[in-house]
Design a protein around this ligand. Structure first.
Ligand code: GRF
Length: 189
């Protein structure tokens, strides 16, 4: 049996992309490979990481398309042709639309840097920090039409009582990388 094929969607740095690609390379994610990096921001750092891992990228500017369905159709066609089985959103700063949900529904997961349902949205770490929580965390969930609202697959707590948000972010990212690798491996098993 061939390797299971993953697509990773990212908009920015791509440290989670790298953790997943490295997890496939090292065998921590068993019998899988990242065959596609989808990025909606030309010039994003994730693209350098994809190149380093020899992973094909599909980069696009959403503004160049009339509607979300137009670019999602192109992405889904490409994923069909590559035989993608699981789509991992990793800092993809966009709500997935009906075209992708219709064709890949149930096969799309997302990582969120908070213990959902607390602190949904794009600034979860800052929001939790400003709120003054003592236990932060990471959630991996199925993606549906809601913002950060799909069924929870896995979570891990990250206790932190310091006052340095950069240190906190580093702790949370470390927890993300570990949880994403473990969870993808379980999903595929
Ligand atoms: C992560 O914190 C992820 O949870 C959130 O966006 C961030 C992406 O970081 N959705 P990176 O691009 O993987 O480094």
């Amino acid at each position: 049996m061939g390797k299971r094929k993953l697509a990773v969607f990212a908009s920015g740095s791509g440290s989670n992309f790298e953790a997943i690609a490295e997890g496939c390379r090292s065998g921590a994610i068993v019998d899988a490979e990242v065959v596609l990096c989808v990025c909606d921001r030309p010039g994003a750092k994730v693209l350098e990481r994809a190149e380093r891992f020899g992973v094909r990228s599909f980069v696009f500017s959403p503004k160049a398309y009339a509607t979300k369905s137009d670019f999602e159709r192109e992405i889904a066609d490409l994923m069909d042709s590559l035989g993608v089985e699981l789509v991992c959103l990793a800092g993809y700063m966009r709500i997935v639309g009906e075209e992708l949900l219709g064709r890949y529904g149930g096969k799309i997961v997302n990582i969120h840097p908070a213990l959902l349902p607390a602190f949904p949205g794009a600034h979860a770490i800052k929001d939790a920090f400003e709120y003054g929580v003592k236990v932060y965390g990471v959630t991996i969930h199925e993606v549906d039409a809601t913002l950060d609202g799909g069924r929870i697959i896995s979570q891990v707590a990250v206790p932190y009582e310091g006052g340095d948000i950069e240190e906190l972010e580093a702790e949370i990212h470390k927890a993300e990388h570990k949880l994403y690798v473990e969870t993808i491996n379980k999903i595929l098993a």
